[in-house]
Design a protein around this ligand. Structure first.
Ligand code: ADP
Ligand code: MG
Length: 599
């Protein structure tokens, strides 16, 4: 029995339609891109029921003649010239003039379009790929395409759609990206009859970010940039306290196109390492201008995934630009009376309508230019001595005491005390700073230990410590011998199931050495560490710091002062090595608001 049959035209059109039109968001994407290609200045996007029942994209672009309006729905019908090595074409290449054909094959479409100097426009209605009506009509210059009942004739595909609210979210995210990549176009977005968003189209990216994501995120932005002969990078970074549980808000626009790139993500992870908790992702919007020749086009177009020909260099540039931006900025999260006192804020609601606000001019001043953020430096971070820390470094140890006494007199902050044996309260000018002493101590030890570790000096002899081990542990220990040695451990076998520790890392006091080593073996045994050797080392160091910190309890004023000084000279005083905040601030003004002294 023959099993193979030849598909008819109708079937073919449905199958290939499936490739291009995956979901309502892909239709919106195709239509909006067509509007952009048609040199529109204003584009309005309207959806109902997650776009499943209705999508309308209206533009004021060049429009189509009556003849073109029919041709546009034909397969492989395109007015666009494309060159293969042009990045611009990476996404459209895959569709080869097929979008309108594919969309009209699986839905009901109404098109109205008019060219600038024509008296009449053209109206076309198509159901499932068949033209039902073609007429003259009165309309403005431009094109309006309405799409009804997606997949009405392919129920199997319709089943794969998610809930309308989820499909809406896809579209909202897409619209955000369109707005960010084309700040010169004014977008209007209407969802279920409600106006969600309007952008001005005046070319100002700051303005778009403010309208899309609201003023909280906007006022936490840091600008960083880089420019060389062939590459230009503009980055809008968020302070680490703004982070998300996924990478949706790590956007990359290459030559004006939204794309995805693995190296970009890795560079971000590296740059924010220890500044945010694990499995959280910072918010970053990056614009990269590069010669299209440096972009590998040999990647699947619909996935938007691209490769750079020199990925290593791109990594370096992204990594260093972020580092530069963060280093020049006060990263202390500020507690505001409105934001529920949550410090590691989960801005999951970033894309919902609430955040879509019309611009307020007062916020325009918040956005620091790159020059400003460099100039302001760590100014608000810690007392004046931060800036003088270079001076501290050059002093000889004997001078230090004298220097300190000076400093004490001129200190511009006051140690108020400690709360719950955990939080140090400091008052300075118009703000209070709350420091988690354990997190601070952990950060200090971590950096100290990391640098010692790299110099391989960190061990001390100890009284012999006998540790019982489980069968198989000896093998684990010998596999990791190099790391443990480097950390400062020296041990030898003692019978079949015990070892004797003879040297331990210098940073640990005696009482903790034993338990920490047992914990390290436990985690090595359970395969709980990364297989990446550097990460493994870091993890062990983090554990070491944590166990050292546990022992610390209430501190005297002198100890607090010392801790504070030590913290100041760390590279990242804002978070512990696990990415939790070390220091937060509350402005006096916020307290006054809470107590209703000001309204
Ligand atoms: P492609 O965009 O790859 O050319 P499409 O199927 O998306 O293929 O569109 C087919 C053609 O229809 C386009 O090349 C363009 O000439 C015309 N077209 C589509 N949408 C618009 C629009 N909004 N304004 C003007 N012309 C349009
Ligand atoms: Mg197109």
């Amino acid at each position: 029995m023959n099993k193979i049959i030849l598909l008819d035209e109708k079937m073919i059109s449905k199958i290939s339609a499936g490739e291009v039109v995956e979901r309502p968001a892909s239709i919106v994407k195709e239509l909006v891109e067509n509007s952009i290609d048609a040199s529109s200045k204003n584009i309005s996007i309207e959806i109902t029921n997650g776009g499943i029942s209705y999508i309308k994209v209206l533009d004021d672009g060049i429009g189509m003649s009556a003849v073109d309006a029919i041709l546009a729905f034909g397969r492989h019908a395109t007015s666009k010239i494309k060159t293969v090595d042009d990045l611009y074409n990476i996404e459209t290449l895959g569709f080869r003039g097929e979008a309108l054909a594919s969309i009209s094959a699986i839905s009901k479409v109404t098109l109205k379009t008019k060219e600038e100097n024509e008296l009449y426009g053209t109206l076309i209605k198509i159901d499932g790929g068949k033209i039902k009506e073609k007429n003259k009509c009165g309309c403005e210059k431009g094109t309006a395409i309405e799409v009804y009942d997606i997949f009405y004739n392919t129920p199997a595909r319709r089943k794969f759609l998610k809930r309308p609210s989820t499909e809406s979210t896809y579209i909202t995210n897409l619209v955000s990206k369109m707005c960010l990549s084309h700040p010169n176009i004014s977008f209007k977005y209407i969802k279920d009859k409600k106006l969600e968003l309007v952008t001005s189209g005046d070319g100002n990216i700051n303005d778009v970010i403010l309208r899309l994501f609201g003023k909280d995120l906007y006022s936490s932005l840091i600008f960083a940039n880089y420019e060389s002969e062939y590459i230009k990078v503009n980055m809008y970074l968020c302070k680490p306290s703004f982070n998300k549980s996924n990478r949706n808000m790590q956007m990359l626009f290459v030559n004006g196109r939204y794309v995805k790139n693995k190296v970009y993500n890795i560079a971000i992870d590296e740059a924010y390492k220890t500044l945010i908790p694990r499995n959280r992702y910072p918010i970053i919007i990056t614009y990269l201008q590069i010669s299209p020749k440096q972009v590998d086009v040999n990647v699947h177009p619909s996935k938007m995934e691209i490769k750079f020909s020199n990925e290593k260099e791109i990594f370096e540039i992204i990594y260093k630009t972020i580092k530069k931006g963060l280093a020049k900025t006060n990263l202390i999260p500020e507690v505001k009376s409105k934001n529920n006192f949550s410090v590691t804020m989960e801005k999951e609601d970033i894309n919902n309508g609430e955040q879509t606000k019309i611009i307020h001019s007062e916020y325009m001043n918040y956005f620091p230019s790159s020059k400003d953020s460099i100039k302001s430096g760590n100014k608000d971070l810690l007392p004046q001595e931060v800036y003088e820390r270079e001076n501290v470094d050059v002093l000889k140890s004997g001078d230090y005491e004298i220097y300190e006494k000076n400093i004490n007199k001129n200190r511009d902050y006051k140690i108020v005390g400690t709360l719950f044996s955990t939080y140090i309260i400091i008052e300075r000018k118009d703000a209070i700073y709350i420091i988690d002493q354990h997190a601070a101590h952990e950060r200090i030890l971590y950096e100290k230990y990391m640098s010692e570790y790299n110099k391989v000096q960190g061990k001390q002899t100890t009284i012999p410590i006998l540790i019982n081990i489980e069968p198989g542990d000896m093998e684990i220990l010998s596999e990791n011998e190099n790391i443990l040695r480097k950390l400062g451990y020296k041990y030898e076998c003692f019978g079949d199931n015990s070892i004797i520790l003879r040297e331990v890392p210098i940073i640990l006091g005696q009482p903790e050495s034993r338990q920490l080593f047992i914990d390290i073996i436990d985690r090595l045994r359970d395969n709980n560490f990364s297989h990446n050797i550097n990460l493994k080392e870091e993890n062990i160091i983090m554990m070491a710091c944590k166990s050292a910190v546990k022992a610390m309890d209430s501190l005297s004023d002198d100890e607090i002062y010392q801790l504070f000084n030590d913290l100041k000279i760390t590279e990242s005083p804002y978070t512990c090595p696990h990415g939790r905040p070390v220091i937060i601030s509350i402005k006096k003004y916020e307290l006054e608001k809470m107590f209703k002294r000001v309204m």
